[in-house]
Design a protein. Structure first.
Lengths: 523, 238
């Protein structure tokens, strides 16, 4: 077997020189005429971003794969030379990049993961449909088309309990059934890839590492609900994901997995890309649809739901990247093996090992943050874990045994959200965190409804006043009541969620607020 | 005609099944405060003044777009809703520069009337005193952004009724403002037909006839409704 060196070329490692590393290594292999014994390929995310740039060596099918991090890209020539020597002497299994760090693949960071969505991410070359096909891409689509029983697919999705991974957690099966029931032949499937929460990069990882799984999920959905048109709305800040998607869509069309008469069936499905222009609110489904139509990205009230009147007034199924990427695994494994499924998280903040992980639904936060992420750097302890971005809240350290699922997180005053997980150590001022998110929502409000447009400004100003130690206990009361008002009255999820970082920190870390209120103003 | 019966506060109402809660309330002579809503224009549910409570539903619903349902129990004036409406008016007053004593619409202003209705005698939130400008480039009308509440009635009437689409909303969040053309001086926008419908539907003194002074602007939204009715029924002589 030919040895294979997989170099991570996803956004994080790329920013640390991963792409140029891959380039110089493959050039050197070609120059030395060693292609028959060693293949260098660029792959999607390998996981522990904090240790990037990363590369993985599959030297021998019998030997374990080796993962190396912190590769000194500056010493490129030396690295290339040592690799060439090892390749020439057939000692690749023992090769270790000088200055690099050998990462233990038996660490819980890897061992406790269950990779359904990310199964091929980091394994295959995301620009090659041949590799994706060899790994099993489009096989579930083929099966679905052959069986031609949309009702059975909907029933399986419904019984799996799969819920929308974009943040709101709406049951996917119900959504599909609603669109399938709509009369007419013109329907649309939309993939929401406008991931915008600060500290969230799960969807980017999936799109950069394995775009075909998302396309396959979309095509399965399209056949099931009776749609022939697909749109992917992806934010412009993800140029690599956009490039990978363009390549993948063209390749899938070329191989007959998208387009007319897919796999010889009567199913037609074309996918187009729409690139967002940087507005966070366009991740909200009704605003996203307005934006697709070329209008100002502003949410509109529901009903009518997208299933009834969506893009261009047509019945529309809109799901998030990760939701679509779950489909092939769900159909392949069947209900029993699929179980409760998984959730992809981007683990960041004050944690030793950050990166993208996929864990079984119901894993405790402590397992994710302490066992897998290694906890906080030495000398510090965890104060809180933030989930759900600007619409989410903080889980205090003493409640880290909470399982990661929709209901448990909600009962703590936060949300599962799309999968951003930010660890905060005991040096963190929670009022500062609340202010950060409120300033974000203030900046990103579309300005349509009064409570969000004007309320977030008043809340942000109040938080500033508290941080400046100019607030009284009455101001704290006003902060809390205005938070509830904005939450209860805003038109869309952005406004309704904006107060949650404040309400959650007031609930779990009220002392942080009280400490900032000058003593002389207290009664 | 299919009728639904529902209960709004203490009144039983029977109304056509395709009606909204706001229409049902009007039928029962129950006044739900509104600001962005105007009969004859599409409803956008942006001002949130008409939010009501519905038994068995945790979320507050905007009466202007919520369809009636059989057996629905609607509460339009609970203490919670009253506090919300007062806060909304406070948010609007503190967001702009509303000085009634020197305003063309003083005494005939929907924002002012709402403030009286919800009992807002002062604002519990601090005034923000934003730096906004006045556009006097149009020969007949003026636009004072200090008094604008971003209800978008002008945007909708110009687009939906006049068909000129002179107005739109520019920027976002707290920086939102009504723009003419492609953010040009109003007078430079050739699409404007000088019809004055935007001035007519503006709930405050933001859009006004040049030459009007304090207290002199009298808008009459009923004129829009008469026009819409005439168009619909093709009857132009009342």
């Amino acid at each position: 077997m030919k040895a294979c060196l997989r170099v991570c070329t996803a956004a994080s490692c790329r920013s640390r020189g991963g792409a140029s590393l891959q380039h110089s290594l493959s050039e050197a292999v070609a120059r030395a005429g060693l292609e028959h014994g060693l293949r260098v390929k660029g792959v999607g995310c390998l996981g522990p971003c904090s240790d990037g740039p990363l590369l993985a060596m599959d030297a021998d099918p019998k030997a374990q794969t080796q993962l190396y991090g912190s590769i000194p890209v500056a010493d490129g020539a030396q690295l290339v030379a040592s690799l060439m020597e090892a390749a020439a002497q057939h000692t690749l299994a023992h090769w270790c990049p000088a200055g690099g760090l050998r990462i233990d693949l038996n660490h819980p960071f890897f061992q406790l993961q269950r990779r359904l969505v990310l199964e091929h991410c980091g394994q295959i070359d995301p620009t090659s449909i041949e590799e994706a096909l060899a790994a099993g891409a489009y096989r579930q689509l083929e099966r679905v088309l052959q069986n031609n029983n949309p009702a059975a697919v909907i029933e399986q999705v419904r019984r799996s309990g799969l819920r929308g991974r974009g943040g709101a957690g709406y049951p996917t099966g119900l959504k599909w059934a609603a669109v399938a029931q709509m009369p007419g032949t013109e329907k649309v499937v939309v993939c929401n890839a406008d991931e915008g929460d600060p500290g969230a990069f799960m969807d980017r990882t999936v799109l950069e590492g394995d775009p075909h799984t998302v396309l396959e999920g979309m095509a399965i959905a399209a056949h099931t609900v009776g749609a022939s048109r697909g749109l992917i709305y992806v934010r412009a800040e993800y140029p690599l994901a956009i490039a990978r998607l363009r390549t993948a869509i063209a390749a899938a069309q070329g191989h007959g997995w998208l387009g007319t008469a897919i796999a010889g069936s009567r199913c037609n499905f074309d996918v187009e890309l729409r690139v967002g222009a940087g507005a966070y609110v366009c991740g909200e489904e009704t605003a996203l649809m307005q934006s697709i139509e070329g209008k100002r990205g502003m949410p509109r009230p529901r009903p009518p739901y997208p299933a009834e009147r969506g893009v261009f007034g047509l019945p529309t199924l809109i799901n998030n990247v990760e939701t679509f990427a779950n489909l092939p695994a769900l159909l392949r494994l069947g209900l029993e093996t699929y179980g409760r499924g998984t959730k992809v998280f981007s683990l960041t903040g004050h944690v030793r090992r950050s990166g993208v992980i996929e864990v079984p639904m119901g894993t405790s936060l402590r397992t994710v943050v302490e066992t897998m992420g290694g906890g906080t750097p030495a000398g510090r302890s965890i104060k809180a874990v933030q989930t759900g971005g600007p619409s989410g809240g903080c889980v205090p350290a003493h409640q880290l045994d909470t399982p990661v699922d929709y209901e448990s997180l909600q009962s703590l005053g936060t949300i599962m959200g799309s999968g951003g997980m930010v660890v905060m150590d005991d040096t963190t001022d929670m009022v500062d965190i609340a202010r950060f998110f409120m300033a974000f929502s203030r900046e990103e409000s579309c300005g349509k409804c009064v409570p969000c447009r004007a309320g977030t400004v008043q809340l942000d100003n109040l938080l500033e006043q508290i941080l400046d130690r100019r607030a009284t206990p009455e101001d704290l009361e006003q902060l809390e009541s205005l938070c509830r008002m904005v939450k209860d009255t805003s038109l869309c999820g952005l406004g309704q969620g904006a107060p949650r970082p404040v309400l959650s920190t007031l609930r779990h870390f009220r002392d942080d607020y009280l400490a900032l209120v000058p003593v002389e103003t207290r009664r | 005609m299919n009728l639904y019966s529902l209960r709004i506060d203490d009144h039983d109402v029977a109304i056509a099944a395709d009606s909204t809660v706001l229409q049902a309330a009007q039928e029962a002579s129950i006044a739900i405060p509104t600001l962005c809503f105007l009969e004859g224009l599409s409803a956008v549910a942006a001002c949130r003044m008409c939010l009501v409570e519905v038994s068995g539903n945790d979320t507050l619903l905007p009466a202007c777009i919520t369809p009636v349902q059989e057996g629905m129990q609607v509460h339009t004036a609970t203490p919670r809703l009253q506090d919300i409406r007062r806060t909304l008016i406070e948010l609007l007053f503190t967001e702009g520069n509303h000085v009634c004593g020197i305003c063309v619409a003083n005494g005939h202003c929907e924002l002012q009337n709402l403030a009286v209705e919800v009992g807002m005698d002062h604002s519990r939130l601090p005034y923000r005193f934003p730096d906004r400008h006045v556009d006097l480039s149009h020969p007949l009308f003026g636009m004072d952004h200090n008094r604008c509440v971003l209800c978008t009635r002008c945007v909708r009437v110009c687009d939906e009724v006049e068909g000129a689409h002179v107005w739109d909303v520019g920027w976002r969040g707290e920086h939102c403002r009504i723009i003419a053309g492609l953010e040009e001086p109003w007078g430079a926008v050739e699409a404007c037909t000088h019809c004055g419908k935007c001035v007519e539907v503006c709930p405050t003194g933001a859009l006004f006839h040049r030459g009007d002074t304090t207290d002199e602007k009298h808008s009459d939204p009923a004129r829009l409704q008469a026009l819409m009715q005439a168009r619909q029924q093709q009857r132009w002589n009342p």
